[in-house]
Design a protein around this ligand. Sequence first.
Ligand code: PLP
Length: 488
Amino acid sequence: MNPTQFNSQEESLDPADWSELRSLAHRMVDDMITNMETIAERPVWQPIPEEVKHSLDQPLPRQPQGAEAAYQDFLTNILPHPMGNSHPRFWGWVVGTAAPLGVLGELLAATMNPNLGGGDHVANYVEHQVINWIKQLFGFPIESSGLLVSGGSMANLVGLTVARNSVVDFDLRKEGLQECNDRLVCYASVETHSSIQKAVELLGLGGNYLRQLPVNNAFQLDIEALEGTIKADRAAGLRPFLVIGNAGTVNSGAYDDLNKIADICQRESLWFHVDGAFGAAAAISPTLKPLVSGMERADSMIFDLHKWLYTPFEAGCVLVRNEAAHRQAFSLTPDYLEHTASGLAAGAPWFSDYGVQLSRGFRALKVWLMFKAYGTEKLSRQIQQNADQARYLEKRVVQTPELELLAPVSLNIVCFRYKTADLDDKALNALNRALLVQLHESGVAAPSYTTLDGKYALRVCIINHRTRREDLDLLVEEVVRLGKNVQT
Ligand SMILES: *Cc1c(COP(=O)(O)O)cnc(C)c1O
């Protein structure tokens, strides 16, 4: 066999005919732009038809179907059945609505397809740039460190790992908690997100040692309870080491008094971690910024770009004030990952030294594009608009006799329920539960739910750049209409 014959049998996943792929790609882009442009004309969400589920329960394909046919199946079976979070009337959980430019950023990032574990290539500089911008946004010192991660859960895990490893006086990475004579205790309000508990469990600290403290009427951490519990734990021979403050709780959007918590942490020598998954975004708006006062004093904090910064999933961020402590918690450099002074393996610090992942995608690019294209001015107006919409909905709820507001609106979350005088809480819970399912199935709007003081609430979390006031008017009308007719 001569070399040319040999080569002619080799293939790649590149198309034989690039012009064919180009025209398919143009169609894909056109279809996706149209999809975003016309999103408001479709239902927010609809149950998935059985035949679609069946189409997604097939054996592994052996024979190639071809790009064209595979794309056709996407158009038929996948695209028409979205979660709904791109729709202007989606306000469920804390699920963001991607900006179209961020969507295109994913295409650019995937085309370059770098690995941001480390090395001297431009993508790593983009991530450093983005992290430095985020530090500036939140008033963190430039010497602090940061990392983009999949989301808030991973960011909390990274931040809490650094906290845990920094407070002990032995090499925790070597000895694990086996060597720890102290029982380490952390503190947070009952309103704290479940990802904090997961992190505490994963770190071997034990869920029982996360003190879930009471909140006041505004759902903020009760400072007296915090001080009292720390004192009692010390008296019992335990070792308090970490307080988690919330900048925007998941249920009602409450902001803990971060300055008071920071004062306590300073006085008691405790690590101060802030979960600002969505609520830290308030820092971007000059008028909302006072809400996060004290956040800049944290030892570590987290923020989700895929929530209230309107980037597509996934993109979260963790910042750590003490860069060395951050690196010491994660840096591990086997021979095959040695960082060199020059060449492709240079470019220290490597991001893989600051987190769990070695291979890391270019999620920084979509964020970089959006910061550059919109500037903090436009992003700030967008966030302010959502906060104003929450105020507007609050007012509509208060003015509507059939509705009851269930929590103060601190920023962008409105919790309310349909109410009639003749029903008690138990019956109202059942009624509102059924009402919400009907609302979802109607395709008109998608709030989520929570329970506050035993009362089942419809929960509207507005981090949606497409929402207009008319959308909220429609929500109010529909809830009242359904409430009058709902059978439980
Ligand atoms: C969403 C959220 C998290 C978890 O973030 P993910 O990006 O979903 O992993 C943590 N804390 C709060 C307050 C959140 O709202």
